[in-house]
Design a protein around this ligand. Structure first.
Ligand SMILES: Cc1ncc(COP(=O)(O)O)c(C=O)c1O
Length: 438
């Protein structure tokens, strides 16, 4: 216990209540104390390294300790770090709002900020409900969500999430919003074609909106990939039709691109692949390249106008202390500069196809089911009877210098975009070796 590494572990277990963690499991596998990080690698206090193959919970795009983001933050620190955004404004938040509006699907010109993804979900849900109240549609009091959807873990966000493990303890607190079939093939035993799954989901949405559209404020979806629900991927056709149907039935479409935004699915935003503009677009995670907490809801003129009034009480009176934090906005601007200057979306198209080739041997492994890719996300389901598969796999991965965190039996790669081909090959090679032990 003299070694500093073990001491950090022991102190963390006593003082830090870790997120999404059964703390007792740390008796057997204590948290890994990280001392520094560079590019796609994390280094612990003993000097061991871990390839950050899931971008530190899907936030990091351009590597740790990125010199361009570091420089932007240093410059902003010399001016100021934070100022309240009610009654005040500043260049970073204005520039960021203008640039996000220019990059997002057309018509989303009003940016409302918060800090984490779940707060963005809360804002979108409140805005949608409040919009209908202001417009006199008082019966529109619920949301409709998709099976396997995930939108965060605050109480409102959990109300539109469909992951039993996270919802179950809070059942009595949660709204029982209706759940519609997912357009993704989510179950290994599902023998439908991918297109059939989309058709079925569209049919169910159509039927739901016909009977319940009048009492529904919004449909909330994760465009193209349902992430935390198991990296379930589906065709853009569903989104196109969902947009038409929600328009026709006067129901808002909330696109939660907290995970899919900023290039993860191959385009800047997944909605682009369906050529749709949602009523509300939720962004977070990659927005600051994994540096600082920032989230944003982009809204249409129509949404904004419903709150624009002489009466204060008709405004959207929602706030968080750190709304529009200048440092976080500066990090986000540096991220957008990198996207522009390095033509990242075009470069990623080539990277995604190289990843596909490098990962090809996985598809042939007898333990691999349903291998899939959407842009910069590669996933498969492991065929294994092993109890506690996810924890076991993550432990084996750490012993092989990989940070991987399967969701159930779904193993996925979502590294920073800057990971080299050699690093990606190492990721695949070591994953294959772990699969051999399954
Ligand atoms: C699609 C989606 N929405 C919302 C969230 C919640 O974001 P946060 O963890 O920052 O609250 C997540 C997080 O994984 C997510 O993937």
């Amino acid at each position: 216990m003299n070694d500093a590494y073990a001491q950090w572990q022991a102190r963390s277990r006593i003082a830090v209540w870790h997120p999404c963690t059964q703390m007792k499991q740390h008796e057997r596998t204590p948290p890994v104390p990280i001392a520094r990080a560079q590019g796609a690698w994390l280094y612990d206090h003993r000097g061991a390294r871990y390839l950050d193959a899931i971008s530190s919970w899907w936030v990091n795009l351009f590597g740790h300790a990125n010199p361009r983001i570091n420089a932007a933050l240093g410059a902003q620190l010399d001016d100021f770090a934070h100022v309240m955004l009610a009654g005040f404004t500043h260049a970073p938040v204005i520039e960021l709002s203008e640039r996000l509006a220019a990059l997002a699907p057309a018509g989303l010109g009003h940016a409302f900020y918060a800090s984490d993804g779940a707060s963005a979900t809360e804002i979108a849900l409140k805005m949608s409900f409040h919009y209908w109240q202001q417009r006199g549609a008082h019966d529109k009091t619920r949301y409709v969500r998709l099976a396997g959807g995930y939108h965060g873990e605050t109480v409102g966000a959990l109300g539109v999430t469909d992951v039993a493990l996270f919802r179950a303890p809070y059942g009595p607190l949660l709204r029982s919003n209706p759940v519609l079939p997912s357009p993704a093939l989510r179950d290994a035993g599902d023998v439908r074609s991918a297109q059939r799954a989309v058709d079925d989901a569209i049919g169910a949405l159509e039927a739901y909106l016909r009977s319940d559209g009048a009492t529904t404020a919004a449909l909330i979806v994760e465009p193209l990939v349902q992430g935390a629900g198991g990296m379930a991927m589906y065709d853009a056709r569903y989104l196109r039709r969902a947009r038409e149907l929600t328009h026709a039935h006067d129901v808002h479409l909330i696109a939660d691109e907290i995970m899919t935004g900023f290039g993860r699915t191959g385009t800047m935003f997944a909605c682009e692949q369906a050529a749709i503009t949602p009523d509300l677009l939720c962004l977070s995670k990659g927005i600051t390249g994994g540096y600082l907490p920032l989230s944003c809801v982009l809204a249409t003129d129509r949404m904004f106008d419903a709150f624009y009034d002489d009466d204060v009480a008709r405004g959207f009176l929602h706030s968080h202390s750190y709304t529009g934090n200048a440092l976080a906005c500066r990090a986000a601007l540096a991220v957008l500069d990198i996207f522009r200057d390095d033509d990242v979306i075009a470069a990623n198209r080539a990277t995604a196809s190289r990843w596909r080739n490098i990962a090809a041997p996985l598809s042939a492994h007898p333990r691999v089911r349903n291998p899939r890719q959407c842009g910069m996300i590669i996933a498969f389901d492991a065929h294994s009877e092993r109890k506690g598969f996810a924890a076991w796999f993550a432990e084996r991965a750490a012993a092989s210098e990989l940070l991987l965190r399967p969701i159930g039996k779904t193993v996925y790669f979502m590294p920073p975009y800057v990971v080299t081909d050699a690093e990606f090959a190492l990721l695949v090679e070591r994953t294959l070796a772990i699969l051999d032990e399954c």
